[in-house]
Design a protein around this ligand. Sequence first.
Ligand SMILES: Nc1ncnc2c1ncn2[C@@H]1O[C@H](COP(=O)(O)OP(=O)(O)O)[C@@H](O)[C@H]1O
Ligand SMILES: [Mg+2]
Length: 309
Amino acid sequence: MELKSNEINNKLFEVLPDYEIDMLFKKTINEKKNYLTSIYFWGKEKKLLEITSLYLTKNKEVLFIINDKSIYEKLEENYRDFIANASHELRTPLTSMQILLDLFSERKINSEEIHKEFFPHLRREIERMSKLVNNLLNLSRLEAGVVEVNIQDILLIDIVERVLDSLNPLIKKKNLKLNLNISSSLILKADPQHLETILFNLLENAVKYTPEKGKIEVSAIESSEEIIILLRDTGIGISEKDLPYIFDRFYRVDRARSSEDGFSSGLGLSIVKKLVEKHKWRIEVESKVNQGTIFKIFIPKRKEGERDA
Ligand SMILES: Nc1ncnc2c1ncn2[C@@H]1O[C@H](COP(=O)(O)OP(=O)(O)O)[C@@H](O)[C@H]1O
Ligand SMILES: [Mg+2]
């Protein structure tokens, strides 16, 4: 909080117009005691202030030491949300596994069912959980800032093809049309593993959220300033109301629908966003419900001698 020089001789209440702060001041002066307290101050925005109020006997003055704790409060809130969401997400597969094991131990399924249904089901739940735990670990390492970015010259087409290969079963199953417009000589400066994760998460979404016989396009547009990677699908789209939140961790537009084509945790795009930022790139999205979605990654070309990442 900044005080203007002409406020120095003003009354306390004029500078900090807050009833609680005023009371604290009066209490300190009248009772000649020191206090440590926290106060919510409503200025332009809500702030959590930790105030140490000291009575200085010599000149009968009060000294306020004000510590703005708002940032810590926000971090703590963020952390609490994260734990609550993560535990909630982990509970779903765990409950499933527990039910399965109960059926098994109560001998309510015969040996044929065990092999045909019990084991595959259990395997799916375990896969679900490992994916979730992996995503959680990756995201928390990214947020803690302990993930390294290893920039190299890479052929974009190699990475895109690798990602599309791994999604091929689902692309085939849904009969999706693929359109690839990337020059086979286009070289990028990027961390190959991170770029693969970015493209996998975006293309997995494109495949997941595009109905049968839809189209998916992957293009790279190069200018003298930058390279733009463009991913377009003709899928279900994202409404205006949801669009601002899709990069938030655990955010899913429709929990029921998103689990149709495999597992969904709402962590994919938050990992994408963090990795894009790690490269100092930019990501943009535009979407129309029932028409499709376009993600664009803007990659500035580095000038000679400029430092990586
Ligand atoms: N290409 C897309 N088309 C439609 N919706 C999308 C697309 N990409 C992301 N979304 C929406 O954004 C949400 C968050 O995406 P993401 O973080 O990858 O989580 P997840 O895929 O695990 O649900 C998804 O649940 C989905 O609702
Ligand atoms: Mg996803």
